[in-house]
Design a protein around this ligand. Structure first.
Ligand SMILES: N[C@@H](CCC(=O)N[C@@H](CS)C(=O)NCC(=O)O)C(=O)O
Length: 205
């Protein structure tokens, strides 16, 4: 594999997904930190050289740049046991990763960011109006996860996969967005299951 550099903001769950995938696979990655609160991913150099979309994470593979956390995890895990061999299970893993990006992250992670980084007092009027909408959608996502995990130990194919990594990243810190995980016992049991797997690393590592 070419030399790998992760352009990141370490506390971002999206960046953690890539580090966690690499840790499970024993793949070494060089890390380069950007201060998103200071707009470092919006500089002309970043936009023209790293990601025209102005966001981290970006996995640099040799001279090529791969934005989007799910794509980067898939690149690292291609051909490994983190991606199910069965055709249906592989598609089902992708289903949960797409769902994470559309139904989970924009609610669970956004509230964590608004409360923990922006600060409630600094929210715009538009953001303030969205607070109950995102709370309800985040709770719906956690409820759906809880119902699924009451029936199966992991998200896809009954085994630990990238779907679990993608969903673990922001779920385990959902309390930062004001979500009470005690309401979701199957999610809590799954979080413990994931955190005790060999190769696991914390978001702070
Ligand atoms: N869908 C993208 C989301 C990337 C994203 O939203 N990154 C945020 C941090 S988690 C960011 O770079 N924010 C800084 C900015 O928008 O300026 C992924 O999964 O990688």
């Amino acid at each position: 594999m070419s030399n790998l550099i992760l352009h990141e903001y370490a506390q971002s769950g999206n960046c953690y997904k890539i580090r966690l995938t690499a840790a499970h696979l024993g793949i070494p990655i060089e890390r380069r930190e950007y201060d998103i609160m200071a707009g470092e991913t919006r500089s002309p150099a970043f936009l023209s050289g790293v990601n025209a979309n102005g966001r981290i994470p970006v996995l640099q593979v040799g001279d090529d740049y791969l934005p989007e956390s799910s794509a980067a995890c898939f690149y690292l895990a291609d051909g490994s046991a983190l991606i199910p061999a069965d055709r249906f299970d592989r598609a089902d893993m992708l289903r949960w990763m797409f769902w994470e990006q559309y139904n989970h992250e924009p609610n669970v992670a956004t509230l964590r960011f608004w409360y923990g980084w922006v600060g409630e007092e600094n929210l715009t009027e538009a953001q303030r109006l969205l607070l109950p909408v995102k709370r309800e959608a985040g709770e719906a996502a956690l409820t759906l996860m809880d119902e699924h995990l009451a029936r199966t130990p992991f998200f896809a194919g009954g085994r630990f996969s990238l779907a679990d990594i993608a969903l673990y990243a922001y779920t385990h810190v959902a309390d930062g967005g004001g979500f009470d995980l005690h309401h979701y016992p199957a999610v809590q049991a799954w979080l413990d299951r994931v955190a005790t797997l060999p190769g696991h690393i914390a978001i702070t590592d």
